[in-house]
Unconditional design. Structure first.
Length: 113
């Protein structure tokens, strides 16, 4: 999951860098008016921003899924821990009762002597 998030962040960075480089090349190579060039740059910037927002939303969604997954795993572990503790408690009570029973039998034997 972490590898996927790193790849998404790298892709977002490359898109932004590509947009900036493309805009710079358009300024240098485009034989058109400054007004038209500014409109084209604004349009390209909006596209890059949309893509960046989309990538950020996807990244946030992936992080939320990861947090939910970790929370579910933690809940499972807590539940298993409670089960183990409950079983151990029952076994301890059984052993104490068995010990008390043996102690009572031993007292009975001693009182008969």
């Amino acid at each position: 999951m972490r590898d996927k998030n790193c790849k998404m962040a790298a892709a977002a960075f490359l898109m932004v860098a590509g947009g900036i480089i493309g805009a710079g090349l358009a300024l240098v190579l485009a034989p058109q008016s400054g007004e038209r060039t500014r409109r084209d740059l604004a349009r390209a910037a909006r596209k890059v921003r949309r893509k960046t927002d989309q990538t950020a939303d996807e990244l946030a969604e992936n992080i939320n899924e990861l947090v939910d997954s970790i929370g579910n795993k933690a809940d499972d572990l807590v539940g298993k821990g409670k089960d183990v503790a409950g079983t151990a408690r029952k076994e301890l009570i059984r052993l104490i009762e068995e010990g008390a029973s043996r102690l009572e039998k031993f007292r009975t034997k001693l009182s008969r002597m």
